[in-house]
Ligand binder design. Structure first.
Ligand code: SF4
Length: 326
């Protein structure tokens, strides 16, 4: 085991992604934020756009805890999976200044599951515990030849495999190995530091989970009502965009049709139809078009406004991808 650990660490030393900003900090809030953002969002987007922008607005847990929820959702705008932002905000309000240091305590906080709690404890506090995300799970399954293994078995196998002398580097090395070498298709076994002892290398693809995403097509109909440079928006109660500002839903009337565009959101493939709207509910919020930059609106709403030339894109509208890449 010692020999395998050393090979893995040597590989990480030269090939690991050491420059990622959340790997060069001991600020627990920064590590926690990166872990939440990296769930479902690609590393480059988090590193280049959302992580620095969010930290500029909310540099500490205290600042985040005191911010109104709409500001937090606005800063999350474009990242999708908005429950992550709501839970992050709730957690900040619970802990106020400092995150707990144990998995047990972390697991009691909103939006923190086994993976996130372990990542915070391992990457932030050097605790000798396993961290198992999608990439690490693939390496462990192949290395120990665990065919159709349940998640609990993967964690079980990963536990004694942890290098107690360097748990943080060990877990980060496995994460990078899964992301850069032990790929779902065509793993680069000849470049792998675990190759000599890997039990699954001959039939590596057998151990790759092939969960086929089932996409759902959906038509959505929204109304556009503008008065005195203000646009009518509603606070969404729907799970998808809960607490975000959204365009009012309408019954489609052919004579009021404006435009249609496609949008992807998680497993949904949406056709978004926009209609002129004359009369609106008295509960709508009239938002100044010039201040939309700071409003908690989703990529879908941004796209709708851009399609009508109501505003320029404020952040690049990269389609959301459901897959986790670390
Ligand atoms: S030898 Fe191949 S299959 Fe085994 S861990 Fe390395 S890259 Fe993955």
């Amino acid at each position: 085991m010692k020999r395998v650990h050393q090979r893995l660490l040597d590989w990480y030393e030269t090939q690991g992604r050491h420059a990622l900003p959340w790997r060069n900090t001991d600020n627990m809030y920064h590590i926690y934020l990166s872990e939440i953002m990296l769930q479902q969002t690609q590393v480059n987007r988090v590193r280049d756009e959302y992580y620095p922008q969010f930290l500029e607005k909310f540099p500490s847990l205290e600042v985040l805890a005191q911010a109104p929820q709409e500001q937090v959702l606005s800063a999350w705008s474009g990242l999708g999976y908005y429950s992550r932002a709501r839970n992050l905000h709730k957690t900040a309000q619970i802990v106020q200044t400092e995150l707990p240091k144990t998995q047990e305590e972390l697991l009691k906080l909103p939006g923190i599951g086994r993976y996130t709690a372990s990542a915070i404890c391992s990457f932030g506090h050097e605790q000798a515990i396993p961290v198992v995300d999608t990439n690490i799970a693939r390496v462990i399954k192949r290395y120990f030849a665990l065919l159709e293994a349940k998640e609990s078995l993967v964690w079980e196998k990963a536990t004694p495999f942890v290098n107690a002398q360097a748990p943080r580097a060990h877990n980060l090395a496995l994460m990078d190995l899964g992301s850069l070498v032990c790929l779902p298709k065509n793993p680069k076994c000849t470049e792998c530091p675990l190759e000599a002892d890997c039990l699954g290398k001959e039939e590596a693809e057998l151990y790759t989970q092939r969960k086929k995403t089932v996409y759902e097509s959906l038509d959505l109909f929204y109304g556009i009502c503008i008065r005195n440079e203000k646009i009518a928006l509603e606070i969404s109660k729907e799970k998808m965009y809960k607490d975000m500002l959204v365009l009012p839903r309408v019954e489609p009337l052919e004579e009021d049709f404006l435009t249609v565009f496609k949008h992807s959101y998680t497993k949904y493939r949406l056709q978004v139809h926009l209609y002129k709207l004359e009369a609106v509910d008295e509960n709508v919020l009239w938002v100044d078009i010039d201040t939309l930059e700071d409003a908690p609106i989703s990529s879908l709403t941004k796209k709708a406004l851009i399609s009508l030339h109501l505003r320029a894109p404020l952040k690049p509208l990269v389609p959301l991808r459901g897959k986790k890449k670390r």
